[in-house]
Design a protein around this ligand. Structure first.
Ligand SMILES: [Zn+2]
Length: 499
């Protein structure tokens, strides 16, 4: 393992390897960069952990943990590709520790630099996966019934705080569960609850909302989204902001800051090291096999890897409100949902066929034709809107539907576009525009159903998106190969030595 770490930390890799993470003992971890190394330990404190530095050589790679760094947009855009000595890693000690709680955790996690462009792995202008603040930062807006109208506030949360917050908003009674540190807690809203409810955002008087609608804008850079909403370029997101509160410094996704690991963290309130969806790909040590979850071929079976000790929001809502339903739209993490397109696929039922491209509403024509991913995601998101409108009208897929207690909508177009052109590109702005229009249709449908005043909404993302330096390419596989050590690199970051 030392040999592999040395290879990754070689000066020739310093432009692409920000730091390397490892567990050295049960509750002890080490994080090393080219210019320093920190060893730290964790101990239970409250429902979580306290952390203490045991040893420091050179610069502490995790020294800066401010969530406020590179926010708002002008601060982010005027500091492109921040160097490791100026970058920030919010909640860094917790981020590192949680992943090694999984029996299939890798030996080393290689975190790439803010500048790194995965050109030779089919990379993009926009990148994520690091625990740096820009790649971790998704938006968080909560609005409507039961929510304080504070507008944009200078605060941040973790994505694992979102599910407990939604359940607190709905007035769910706490009960016994397992907390972040693995010990029992009596105030849990979910069976496994790593996060904490953000009760400061809830108004706390009056009756809780009758319905909650959640939006995930995959890969939407929070600063860009907030900026567009403020400038009137995303009027429906702006409407949500006016009706509630937005965390200006964002919701920080969990290590690894990739898609399905964090969809699952948002929907379970647990970190990837605890909910079992470790990464888009990893190595199952017990079965000695590679696991892939985040690809069209694997989405329908991905949740077989979900740890049965965690609970999804769908399960927690229907457990707390017997007779009510929970709906999951285009979301692979669908356990416990009464409607899921992936469940329809598992049952072999026909799914909605999108209209021809020319008739696709809310679509930026100049990108939908030439850009394959933009077209695919536009079609997928259109089918999502179709499911929402059908179910909320009371009739969908030859079934009658009551108004769901909880409806979750996963939009994929933002991820495709923010990757393609980077967060500040015209294609990224177009994707926000198109998605905002689909959100507008959802808000209209909630009004048509006559329950707008009794409905709460929230909006988030599974990770951020950072502009990479297209000239900063390279692959640490070169250094690992040269070292002669036997290894697997899963999901371009999880390194298993002598697997
Ligand atoms: Zn994603």
């Amino acid at each position: 393992m030392d040999q592999a770490e040395r290879a990754l930390l070689d000066a020739s890799m310093a432009h692409i390897v920000e730091m390397v993470l490892r567990q050295v003992d049960e509750d002890t971890y080490e994080v090393a960069a080219e210019d320093g190394r920190v060893r730290f330990e964790r101990a239970p404190q409250g429902n979580g952990w306290s952390f203490g530095v045991l040893d420091l050589q050179g610069r502490n790679p995790l020294a800066i943990q401010e969530a406020s760094r590179f926010s708002p947009l002008r601060d982010e855009a005027s500091n492109p590709f921040p160097d490791r000595t100026e970058n920030s890693y919010p909640f860094a000690y917790e981020q590192v520790a949680q992943i090694f709680d999984s029996p299939s955790a890798p030996d080393l996690v290689s975190i790439h630099t803010s500048a790194h462009n995965w050109a030779d792995q089919g990379g993009h202008v926009g990148e994520h996966g690091s625990i740096d603040v820009v790649q971790s930062r998704g938006p968080f807006i909560i609005a409507g019934a039961g929510v304080k109208r504070s507008g944009m506030i200078a605060e941040a949360c973790r994505v694992v705080d979102i599910a407990p917050t939604v359940l607190a908003l709905l007035g769910v009674e706490p009960r016994r569960g397992i907390g972040l540190n693995g010990q029992a807690r009596d105030d849990a809203l979910l069976a496994r609850q790593d996060g904490e409810p953000l009760t400061q955002l809830l108004d706390g008087h009056g009756s809780p909302p009758e319905h909650v609608v959640g939006f995930l804008l995959d890969g939407a850079n929070a600063n860009v989204l907030y900026d567009m909403a403020t400038r009137g370029e995303a009027p429906n997101v702006a409407r949500l902001l006016e009706m509630g509160t937005a965390l200006g410094h964002g919701a920080m996704s969990s290590l690894p800051t990739v898609t399905l690991a964090n969809h699952t963290s948002i929907l379970t309130g647990a970190h990837p090291g605890h909910h079992g969806i470790l990464n888009n790909a990893w190595y199952d040590r017990a079965r000695r096999e590679q696991v892939i979850t985040n690809s069209p071929a694997h989405w329908i079976t991905s949740m077989t890897h979900l740890d049965p000790r965690v609970e999804t929001l769908f399960q927690a809502v229907t457990r707390s409100f017997p007779g009510e339903i929970a709906v999951s739209i285009n979301e692979p993490c669908d356990v416990g949902a009464d409607h899921s397109v992936f469940e329809m696929m598992r049952r072999g039922e026909p799914i909605f066929r999108p209209p021809p491209l020319d008739e696709l509403p809310h679509t930026t024509k100049r990108f939908v034709r030439p850009v394959k991913e933009y077209k695919w995601s536009s079609l997928v998101d259109h089918t999502g809107l179709d499911q929402f409108l059908g179910i909320w009208s009371g009739h969908y897929a030859e079934t009658e539907w009551p108004i769901p207690k909880f409806t979750w909508m996963n939009f994929s177009l933002t991820d495709a576009a923010f990757h393609e052109g980077g967060p500040y590109s015209e294609i990224a702005a177009a994707s926000v525009h198109d998605t905002d229009a689909r959100i507008g249709e959802v808000l209209d449908a909630v009004e048509r159903a006559g329950v707008f005043e009794e409905t709460a909404f929230f909006l988030t993302a599974d990770h951020g998106m950072e502009e990479s330096n297209v000239e900063c390419t390279g692959n640490w596989a070169d250094a690992l190969d040269e070292s002669g050590v036997a290894y697997r690199d899963e999901g371009y970051s999880f390194i298993y030595v002598n697997p």
